[in-house]
Write a protein that binds this ligand. Structure first.
Ligand SMILES: Cc1cc2nc3c(=O)[nH]c(=O)nc-3n(C[C@H](O)[C@H](O)[C@H](O)COP(=O)(O)OP(=O)(O)OC[C@H]3O[C@@H](n4cnc5c(N)ncnc54)[C@H](O)[C@@H]3O)c2cc1C
Ligand code: FES
Length: 258
């Protein structure tokens, strides 16, 4: 893991509160794997405040250019400060952090299930393995929460959309859409990233259909390096740290609270 200053090569507003950033950080881009994340903070007079670092998943990895791309939503102080920066500014980045996805050789038809801002790490996985047979199931509150669909099209990965308000695709939960589609065209493996209730529902469906897979968890993080135990989650193997033991866990391993 490496701490460095990254030049913002590109900054694009993707919709209400959503931003795409492409960052020049060759040492991190060289090592990064799909499913890992970076800790980002606005480099400024507050550089010494470690509590302002925010974990953001890696969306695209380009070792040739030496860049990593991320997509994030502004929700509070940390993300708003990053969103205020422009192309040519620098951000402080640390990483790559976490274990990343492991894709079993034998996984044939792979369902990727994304909820809201859980989509970016799944894109880096699909981009890394163009020979694999992925289908994306992507759910959001509304059509404006479904991002980068043109990038998925360019990648040639078919996608099926679901929105809570019915403004795009299936009207309802992405897990209901997946349940319906899986019964019609069964998948061999499932990988999900999104809010906890969605991950819990995916876990239940995977158990019902006897589907192996993996889920990527989110947690509040303080140190981001495995030292503070602030990000632990309950698993069948005891408490694990989301930042360094995860964020990716085997699908049946995680114990969700009721
Ligand atoms: C491994 C990992 C990968 C992530 N990848 C992405 C990503 O690719 N794109 C993206 O937009 N976000 C991602 N997040 C979430 C992102 O880190 C938080 O949105 C961010 O830290 C919020 O910081 P803030 O200072 O803007 O908001 P804060 O002021 O810290 O919080 C504002 C509001 O957001 C809520 N909140 C903060 N953090 C989380 C969280 N982790 N889960 C649920 N609610 C939270 C708080 O309860 C509060 O209501 C990821 C988180 C983790 C742990
Ligand atoms: S954030 Fe400190 S141990 Fe994970």
């Amino acid at each position: 893991m490496k701490q460095t200053e990254a030049l913002i090569l590109e900054r694009t507003a993707l919709g209400p509160g959503y931003y795409y950033y492409r960052l020049l950080c060759p040492e991190l881009a060289d090592k990064a794997k799909p499913g890992q994340f970076i800790e980002i903070k606005a480099s400024s007079e507050e550089t010494l405040d470690p509590l302002l670092s925010r974990p953001i998943s890696i969306y695209r990895i380009n070792p040739e250019e030496g860049s990593l791309a991320v997509i994030f939503k502004t929700v509070g102080r940390g993300t708003r400060r990053i969103a205020a920066l422009q192309r040519g500014n620098k951000v402080s980045v640390f990483g790559p952090v976490g274990n990343g996805f492991m894709l079993p050789e034998e996984a044939g038809r792979i369902a990727l299930i994304a909820g809201g801002i859980g989509m970016p790490p799944l894109f880096s996985l699909a981009e890394r393995y163009p020979e694999k047979d992925f289908t994306l199931f992507y759910g959001g509150r509304s059509a404006t929460d479904l991002l980068a669909l043109d990038a998925w099209e360019q990648l040639g990965v078919p996608y099926k959309l679901a929105t809570d308000d019915g403004s795009a695709g299936f009207h309802g939960l992405v897990t209901s859409l997946f349940e319906r589609e899986h019964l019609a065209a069964s998948f061999d493996y499932v990988i999900a990233c999104g809010p906890k209730p969605m991950l819990k529902a995916v876990q239940q469906l995977a158990a019902r259909f006897r589907l192996p897979g993996a889920i990527s968890l989110e947690a509040y993080m303080a140190c981001g390096v495995g030292a503070c135990l602030g990000c632990t989650c309950a698993t069948s193997k005891g408490y694990r740290r989301v930042c360094v033991d995860g964020p990716v866990f085997e699908i049946s391993e995680v114990t969700f609270d009721d």
